[in-house]
Design a binder for this molecule. Structure first.
Ligand code: PHE
Ligand code: CO
Length: 296
């Protein structure tokens, strides 16, 4: 779920998947024969760039997962190979998909410890940014942490929670939790702030910005606060939420959310750059570079 509002399939997704079918659950065999030499070269470039940037920035759990998965072969990884490691570490697997898939299908996969990964890779001219998730975001960004047992359980629980939130009609609240943890979460350690969110870890510029910029807010993790906070999909984040460890995240999300959704429904929604009275502020952003007219 990379946060789809009403959604039209992007051109690149259509082009890459021409002639390829998927099953009812939206999975497909990874079409290894479709990767060109240029794809492998672009993967290598992206991989090496992030591998050089992330020590001292990504959390240890992510760095350990990266090593454990052995994605470091200088070419686009084969899912079958990764699945051996992943399956024996935490019982998760990755499955290939065309691109974004419907929420309920996505949740169902997560609830069964299957992580849907877009099989195709961005092209050279999109190296620094593309709007839709590709294999570099989905695989490099998300899958190393699935080697960690606590995070692995969190994501499975999220999948089950997603199915329930969908039934209750409160998906926007739960989607914010995914956004501010799985995609853009930071972790406090004795050595300083570290990144665990995949949306950051798959981006060179946000890997630096999220830790070093004085512009954004950095606020202690608070489940209900997050579920009330809008987010931006078109800029760097205005606020990052910081956990102390993965067990905290797991424990905070274990209770049944049904009554929480009920009580939040009556409360105002916060803008992406707002601070609130209950916030445990780690850094109050100076908002530099945010235009006044921007709806944050
Ligand atoms: N406990 C949540 C619920 O009842 C499920 C959940 C777990 C949601 C972890 C998100 C993350 O809905
Ligand atoms: Co993602």
């Amino acid at each position: 779920m990379d946060t789809h509002q009403p959604y039209t399939v992007p051109d690149i997704t259509i082009r890459k998947n021409e002639g390829l079918q998927h099953a009812a659950d939206y999975t497909m065999p990874q079409p290894l024969e479709r990767y060109t030499n240029d794809d492998h070269a672009v993967w290598k470039l992206l991989y090496e760039r992030q591998a050089a940037l992330l020590p001292g920035r990504a959390c240890d759990e992510f760095l350990q997962g990266m090593v454990g998965l052995g994605m470091d072969l200088g070419r686009v990884p084969s899912f079958e190979q990764l699945n051996h490691c992943l399956m024996s570490a935490t019982g998760w697997q990755v499955v290939a998909v065309h691109g974004l898939i419907p929420d309920e299908i996505f949740f169902e996969h997560l609830a069964h410890r299957r992580f849907p990964v877009t099989w195709w890779l961005r092209e050279r001219h999109q190296i620094d940014y593309l709007q839709e998730p590709d294999i570099f975001h989905d695989l490099f960004g998300h899958v190393p942490l699935l080697m960690n047992p606590v995070f692995a359980d969190y994501l499975q629980a999220y999948g089950a929670g997603g199915m329930k939130a969908k039934r209750l009609g409160v998906l926007p609240m739960l989607a914010r939790l995914y956004w501010y943890t799985v995609e853009f979460g930071l972790l406090q350690t004795e050595q300083g702030l570290r990144i665990y969110g995949a949306g950051i870890l798959s981006s060179k510029s946000e890997s630096i910005y999220s830790l070093e910029s004085a512009s954004p807010n950095r606020v202690g993790f608070d489940l209900e606060r997050i579920m009330r906070t809008r987010y931006r999909i078109d800029t760097f984040q205005k606020t990052y939420f910081v956990i102390n460890n993965f067990q905290q995240l797991f424990n905070a999300t274990t209770p049944d959310f049904t009554p929480i959704y009920q009580s939040l429904m009556g409360l105002p929604v916060l803008g992406a750059g707002d601070l609130a009275p209950m916030d445990q502020v780690i850094q109050c952003g100076n908002r530099e570079g945010w235009s006044d007219t921007e709806d944050v």
